[in-house]
Design a protein around this ligand. Structure first.
Ligand code: EPZ
Length: 418
């Protein structure tokens, strides 16, 4: 397993450029299956989940050319398979987008059960509810999901749970349905807007992406085209949190303020100062961080994906903070490793965490348990006294493109070893 080796306490100065959003990229890639043609996708993040998505698409018959490390041209004119590699699809959660897009394209697909970070049960009942409402037959068993439909017919679907993945997946299938589909209680995450914009540019008729109600008119012919993946709001937030702990006029370039408003307001509340000029945020170390209460919510609430990174920031706050994680039931595993480094956190329930500070963190051998938990350990290592080895660091590389070079370029002492 790869290890990140970090020596802490170096002030970080210079400029970090934010990459394309992982959670938009892993949906835009399978969305190309809805188009019988050649598309170009720009600003892809240089992460393993994008590589895995491409491998799955190539396994179905897509032809992919890497124009640069962040841009591909994908030809979906010869999709000749309706089975996606179980070995690959079980490695990450977003593989399930192949179901909605292939249902929308051919009406038939079989994939391995989606994998992904162990953050709780993470069922896919809402995805299945949407597919069945449109007329598909879905079978789950022996580690596989198979879906098929003679014909998909548009209908109204109410999401019992606000789900990013189910909203996107049902939108994909609805594009292949006859008539109009309305998704009620849809998720409003910005990534949904990025994916919908791509499909609309190709000719899809989608209204309301980014709101609770999305209307899709199916069977519209889709043309070839180009899409740019927009900047990653979770990567942005992660580097801003690092800047609040170690920044010396650290510049974070490529942010979209509206996507991280909840974090920015929270940081102001706890005493962190920053300046924003266009798409660049400049931040320096905050000498006195106030404790706070954080409740994670679906967008535009405080993002669950920044819960673990901000936990590390709050280990340096002057007092007791409470974090309520309302999206997942098992997203505090990283605190065991943080406490090994000297943090004083206590899991009060599966949804509530107490963080007492400020505490001195010491370099240590720790293990990443998931992507954002790994990010919280990376942040802790950057502020800890001495050297930290983070095992299972491929979790971190799944979601943070070029993270080693980005941190090295602003002065961090970080290496990767086998
Ligand atoms: C997306 O996951 C993101 N992943 C996650 O980011 C993010 O944490 C999550 O949205 C919430 O914002 C990708 O986009 C690839 P959900 P997704 O469906 O779509 C429950 C990261 O670190 N639920 O919005 O899988 C589910 O259990 C990752 O980048 C059902 O009950 O999340 C969870 O409690 C981690 N039934 C809640 O809804 C369903 O059918 C939100 O899940 C689907 C979900």
């Amino acid at each position: 397993m790869e290890k990140l080796v970090i020596t802490g306490k170096t002030p970080l100065k210079g400029e970090v450029t934010i990459s394309g959003a992982k959670n938009a990229a892993v949906a835009i890639l399978p969305a190309t299956l809805l188009i019988d043609g050649v598309c170009t996708i720009e600003n892809l993040p240089n992460i393993s989940d994008v590589k895995k998505s491409c491998e799955i698409l190539e396994g179905l018959g897509a032809k992919i050319t890497w124009n640069t490390k962040n841009e591909i041209t994908i030809d979906t004119r010869n999709i000749n398979k309706t089975e996606a590699s179980e070995e690959l699809t079980s490695k990450f959660r977003a593989s399930y987008y192949i179901i909605g897009s292939m249902l929308g394209r051919t009406g038939k697909i079989s994939v391995g059960m989606p994998g992904g970070c162990q953050l709780g049960a993470r069922p896919i009942d809402q995805h299945i509810k949407g597919f069945e409402a449109l007329g598909a037959k879905v079978e789950v068993g022996q580690g596989k999901i198979s879906a098929s439909a003679e014909k998909l017919v548009g209908t109204s679907i109410y999401m019992d749970v606000v789900s990013v993945g189910a909203t996107i997946n049902v939108m994909f299938a609805a594009i292949g349905a006859e008539g109009t589909t309305v998704i009620e209680n849809a998720a409003m995450e910005p990534e949904i807007v990025n994916v919908a914009s791509f499909l609309i540019n190709m000719g899809a008729k989608i209204r309301g992406a980014g709101t609770k109600r999305i209307e899709i008119e199916g069977k519209c012919p889709l043309d070839e085209g180009v899409i740019e993946v927009f900047p990653d709001r979770i990567e942005s937030g992660t580097y801003i949190i690092i800047g609040a702990l170690l920044g010396n006029n650290l510049k974070i370039k490529g942010i979209i303020r509206e996507h991280i408003e909840s974090l920015l307001i929270k940081l102001k509340e706890i005493g962190v100062h920053y300046e924003i000029d266009g798409d660049t945020l400049t931040i320096s170390k905050c000498e006195h961080i106030k404790p706070t209460y954080i409740k994670t919510l679906a967008f535009p609430g405080f993002p669950t994906d920044l819960q673990q990174p901000i936990t590390t920031l709050l280990t340096q706050a002057n007092g007791r903070s409470i974090i309520e994680e309302t999206i997942y039931e098992n997203r505090f595993k990283n605190t065991v490793e943080l406490n090994k480094m000297g943090a004083d956190t206590k899991v009060l329930s599966i949804h509530k965490l107490e963080v007492n500070g400020p505490t001195k963190l010491n370099g240590m051998d720790v293990t990443a348990t998931d992507l954002r938990g790994g990010a919280s350990l990376l942040i802790a290592a950057l502020i800890a006294e001495g050297k930290t080895n983070i095992d299972n660091s491929e979790y971190i590389l799944r979601g943070y493109g070029d993270v080693i070079n980005k941190l090295k370029n602003v002065g961090a002492k970080i290496e990767i070893t086998e």
